[in-house]
Each structure stands twice: as structure tokens, then as C-alpha cells.
Design a protein around this ligand. Sequence first.
Ligand code: C2E
Ligand code: MG
Ligand code: MG
Ligand code: MG
Length: 291
Amino acid sequence: CADTAMYHAKDSGRGNRQFYQPGMDASAKDVLQQERLLREAIAEGAFVLHYQPQIRLADGSLQGFEALVRWRHPERGLVGPNEFITFSESRGLITPIGRWVMHEACRQLKAWQDEGLAMVPVAVNLSALEFRQRDVAGELAAVLHATGLQPQFLEVELTESVLMHQTGQVLETLQAIKTLGVGVAIDDFGTGYSSLAYLKRYPIDKLKIDRSFVTDTPQSTDDVAIVTAIIQMGRSLQLQTIAEGVETPAQMDLLRQLGCDLIQGHAISPPMDAEAAHAWLQSHAAATRGQ
Ligand code: C2E
Ligand code: MG
Ligand code: MG
Ligand code: MG
């Protein structure tokens, strides 16, 4: 695989990252090229955040934004996170990207708040590796201080894989995040580890029902059953529920009937760049005033 080839290339190159041999296959060269481009992107700050609104079903009010990173690739245009986050992790390059995301999301939300827009939290995604490797609570505190954003306007999205490790360190970090006043959401809920014990062990605020359970509703009775169960469990455990990837009015109707608190998805808006999100905020504010 390309990754193994890359390690060999690095070993034989004795740390020279540009090194490759004529016999090396194209995919290994691609990996080197990709890593070089990614390093340049980090140095130049060639990333952007897109923002996707989260809406309360009961009244249509804005309740938050999720920040989603994109890479402004010199040849390929805007590249989505699924194409470079895992790669960044394997090259040891995720930390500077993750730090930039956190800072930029807080800076942007604070700027909107200073204009009287978006008095709602922004959510940032943290991969399991980032959660393990970085001093997440310390960094959150520092970025809140640096940007002047109040902690109740920041949320982190973690996947279940973070929580399946029953280490004291996970609990300690989550408690530290909670003490700061920053929210915790479980992303892609239902797709990860099957034990639900962590829901009572850890201080969690929100369950994000994975898009894969939402997509085929209301037609799929199995998926309706799963979504129903998650919403009921969330309510019993006093966790907010938010459905991801909501695309149709029929899905919105179903989720409203089931008592899901929030939704996020193309039915409301796709993720938008900062400029489009700003315009969206202004028209949303105007529409809300008009109610
Ligand atoms: P996620 O956190 O579950 O984010 C939701 C993904 O679903 C986003 O894809 C979003 O664009 C997409 N989406 C939202 N609404 C709809 C919809 O109605 N229909 C469909 N088909 N898709 C919808 P995106 O932006 O490509 O992000 C993919 C994943 O990359 C994210 O999944 C998240 O796990 C990860 N990611 C994004 N930004 C970051 C980041 O800054 N750091 C880390 N570590 N991971 C990130
Ligand atoms: Mg997310
Ligand atoms: Mg998700
Ligand atoms: Mg997802």
C-alpha cells in the first residue's frame, strides 16, 4: 500500500522527505507529493472552514453551527476532510491543522457575535487521535482566551471511538472540558462502539444521530425504529438529540413527530463558506424578526 511504501522511502532516504528512487511506484511518489503539498498548505494557511447551521425543529430557530474544514488544494480545488484528515494523521500533520480549525472557528464566531449575529455555539470536530495526542482542554482554554469567545459558544464533536477506551484520561479530559463550560457532542452516534455505558460515565451534552440512519427515513421502517430509539434514549438521559444529513421535508416531519430536538442537513442548508454563512445569518435574523 502507498503508506507502507512511504515509510520505506523515508527510511532509505534517511529523513530526506523529497527522496525517492526511480524504481519506486507511482503511488509512493503521490504520497510524497501529497505530503509536500500538505506541509506547504499548513505553512501558508491554505485551509478554509465551512459552516453548517443547526436548527431547532420546534421553531426553526438557529441553535449552532458546525465548522467543517476544507483544503484549498493548488491543483484540485477545494478538497474535503475525508480526503486529507486520515492522511494528515498518518503523516503526523494533524495537530497544526486541528489547532488552526479551533482557532479559526472561535475567531469567526466571535466576529459574527460582535456584529450582533450568531449568539449560538460553533462546533469543531476532533478525531480520536487528536483527542489522545493533544492537550484538548488546555488548547480550548487558550483559544477561548485568545479570541475572547465565551465558553458556552464552543462545542467539540467526538466520535464514540474516543470514549470506548476506558481510561481515566478520557474522563479527566472530558471533565476539564465541562469545567471550562465547553459543550460535548457525540458525532456519528450509533455507528461506533456498541456499549452504551459511556453515556452515563462521561459528561456528554448532545447525541448526533448519524446520517446513515436518517437517509432512508421515512421509507425504511428499520431506520425509523433506530432513530426513534436514539431520540427516546437521548430524552431519558437528558441529552439533546440532533439528526445529521436531513435532506427532505418528509424527514423533517418525521423527526419533529419523534421529538428530535435539532436538525442539520441540506434541507436547511449545506455547509457554507464564511461569506455565504454571514449572508445566511443576516437573512435568518431578518426572517426571525419578521415572525
Ligand atoms: P461529520 O462531522 O459527521 O460532518 C458531517 C458531514 O456530512 C459533512 O461532510 C457535511 O458536509 C455532510 N453533510 C451535512 N449535511 C448533509 C446532507 O444533508 N446530506 C449529505 N449527503 N451530507 C451532508 P464533510 O464536510 O465532507 O466532512 C466529513 C467528515 O470530516 C466530518 O463528518 C468529520 O468527521 C470530518 N471533519 C470535518 N472537519 C473536520 C475537522 O476540522 N477536524 C477533524 N478532525 N475532522 C473533521
Ligand atoms: Mg461532526
Ligand atoms: Mg457526523
Ligand atoms: Mg459523519
